[in-house]
Ligand binder design. Structure first.
Ligand SMILES: Cc1ncc(COP(=O)(O)O)c(C=O)c1O
Length: 400
């Protein structure tokens, strides 16, 4: 194959959406990736919380190859039945909150959120959607409208109307915002992109009760928190919450672009033919990969690994906070969705640079928050290696 100057081509021909990191990644295996020059790095971003089984996992490669040899896309797409889709639906409905018995598919998280907002309006005949400040629900025009961050909204005015925002973690504010015209409340169980913000205990349960009282639907956006990222299969699993809709993507297929949304019988009964669809709605390739990923998460008890390695990293973050009080303002998170809020953007960038020099890739969000979200099957030994690199980087950044 003709060699390509990767940096030059991407810089010349892609729109200027990103501040790029000068790294061209060619391949990966487990928690490691290699750049074009053959240098190895630890990926502590999991591709923004997606590659839950690490890179090039045999379960995923196997499912891709096996389904690829059978069929990628059905004739007439969702109009025909698919055993790969049915197998995934059976698996999902066995692990989702028990009231979520209907499932449909998408190719991304934004697309799933977009669909459920539309369907909540249709099913209730109401228009208002209550969302939270600092939330992130996607980049389509409707999900940007539902996102509570000025940087994702202001430059696209006018956005879609009838979105209201309240502070995250404050059930009283939701109570005040809810009214007869509220179709739904949309919430992340832990805000991911907004800075890994964990709400107070009992928050989701209170919001659920408020929704019940007013007839508004509760949409739980588990795009980032789902599939063991915070420990349990879903962040709401252990809370006993019964959402009306749940949206899923990212980890669902370990890197294959895929998403889903689940809803109740009651909501489904209010929907009709033509309300939703899509060319890839439950594409057999995506379904086969998602099935392989979810089976692996369950069969290998990845939840337990997330809890124990997550606790180990959390403990180390607390020690760092004591050791570098001028650099680390806060540490937080759950499972393997963790964050260190640095004193400022310059400190966060220094740590990022020192870590990169030492062969480890971090994820910076909200300019000064370092989000730690490695593959969920990272071993304790691998985590120790990563933590020692981060330790050296923090030490160097403190001196610098
Ligand atoms: C909670 C949440 N919802 C929705 C999205 C959008 O998902 P996607 O980028 O797959 O469209 C994201 C992406 O980061 C997210 O974290």
């Amino acid at each position: 194959m003709k060699p390509v100057d990767t940096f030059a081509v991407e810089d010349r021909h892609m729109p200027p959406f990103f501040t790029k990191i000068p790294l061209s990644i060619e391949r990966g295996e487990g928690i490691y990736v290699w750049d074009e020059s053959g240098r190895r790095y630890i990926d502590f971003t999991a591709g923004w919380g997606v590659t839950c089984l690490g890179h090039a996992h045999p379960a995923i490669a196997g499912a891709l190859a096996e389904q690829g040899r059978k069929i990628l896309q059905n004739p007439n797409s969702g109009l025909t039945y698919s055993p790969a889709r049915a197998r995934l639906i059976e698996l999902l409905t066995g692990i989702l909150p028990a009231n979520l018995t209907r499932v449909f598919f998408s190719s991304s998280g934004a697309e799933a959120n977009d669909a459920v907002i539309k369907l909540a309006r249709k099913a209730t005949g109401r228009m208002d959607v209550v969302s939270t400040e600092q939330s992130f629900h996607g980049r389509t025009i409707s999900t940007a409208s539902a996102t509570g961050q000025a940087k994702h909204r202001e430059r696209f005015n006018p956005l879609m109307p009838n979105y209201l925002f309240v502070p995250y973690g404050d059930a009283g504010a939701i109570a005040e915002a809810l009214g007869e015209s509220t179709a739904a409340v949309i919430l992340e169980p832990i805000q991911g992109e907004g800075g890994v913000n964990v709400p107070p205990d009992g928050y989701l349960r209170e919001v659920e009760a408020l929704c019940r009282k007013t007839g508004a639907y509760l949409i739980v956006d588990e795009v980032q928190t789902g599939f063991c990222r915070t420990g349990p299969l879903f962040a709401v699993t252990d809370l006993g919450i019964r959402p009306d809709f749940m949206t899923l993507a990212k980890g669902i297929a370990g890197g294959f672009p895929f998403g889903a949304f689940a809803l109740t019988e009651e909501v489904s009964a209010k929907l009709e033919k033509g309300d939703h669809g899509g060319t890839y709605c439950g594409n057999p390739l995506g379904c086969a990969v998602a099935h392989a990923v979810i089976r692996h998460l369950i069969d290998e008890n990845i939840e337990q690994n997330v809890k124990s390695v997550g606790a180990m990293i959390h403990e180390q973050m607390l020690l760092w906070q004591e050791r570098f009080p001028a650099m680390i303002a806060d540490v937080r998170g759950r499972g393997l969705l963790l964050a260190m809020e640095m004193a400022g953007a310059a400190t966060a960038e220094r740590v990022f640079g020192e870590t990169l020099k030492r062969g480890m890739i971090l994820n910076l969000i909200q300019t000064k928050v370092i989000r730690l979200c490695p593959a969920l099957n990272i071993t304790p030994g691998e985590a120790e290696v990563a933590l020692s690199i981060l330790d050296e980087a923090l030490e160097a950044a403190a001196k610098g």
